[in-house]
Design a protein around this ligand. Structure first.
Ligand SMILES: [Zn+2]
Length: 116
């Protein structure tokens, strides 16, 4: 019997591998590659559901929730900074993802060690 940790590790490895393959396909840019890229993302989400693994935030932030495309800044999504948020807009479906950009506290800057 496999331990839960090992199953989770294998699942995460497969998800990351599929995400890398999807990114490669998205970069090549043909219609068939775009279709395959979406297929890889759908397989990765299916793996996470099957093994009951929560998708890591760094993986989630690279996938469009609207159309399952890989979000690559400048290629498949635009990135804007507005009002303390980073806004990712998918160029294929227009879905928007807002991430709060945490600002450094002024006290942190004063207490930060000097560079060099
Ligand atoms: Zn999209």
């Amino acid at each position: 019997m496999q331990s839960k940790k090992l199953v989770e590790q294998i699942g995460l490895f497969r998800i990351n591998r599929l995400l890398d393959l999807a990114t490669e396909r998205s970069l090549s840019g043909t219609k068939e590659d775009y279709r395959l890229s979406k297929r890889y993302i759908n397989l990765a989400t299916a793996i996470s559901r099957h093994y009951k693994i929560k998708l890591p935030e760094e993986v989630k932030s690279r996938i469009c929730a609207g159309c399952s495309a890989v979000l690559i800044p400048g290629i498949s999504c635009s990135v804007r900074f507005s009002g303390g948020f980073v806004i990712y807009r998918c160029t294929a479906c227009g879905n928007v993802r807002k991430l709060y950009m945490k600002r450094r506290n002024s006290i942190d800057r004063i207490n930060a060690p000097p560079d060099g």
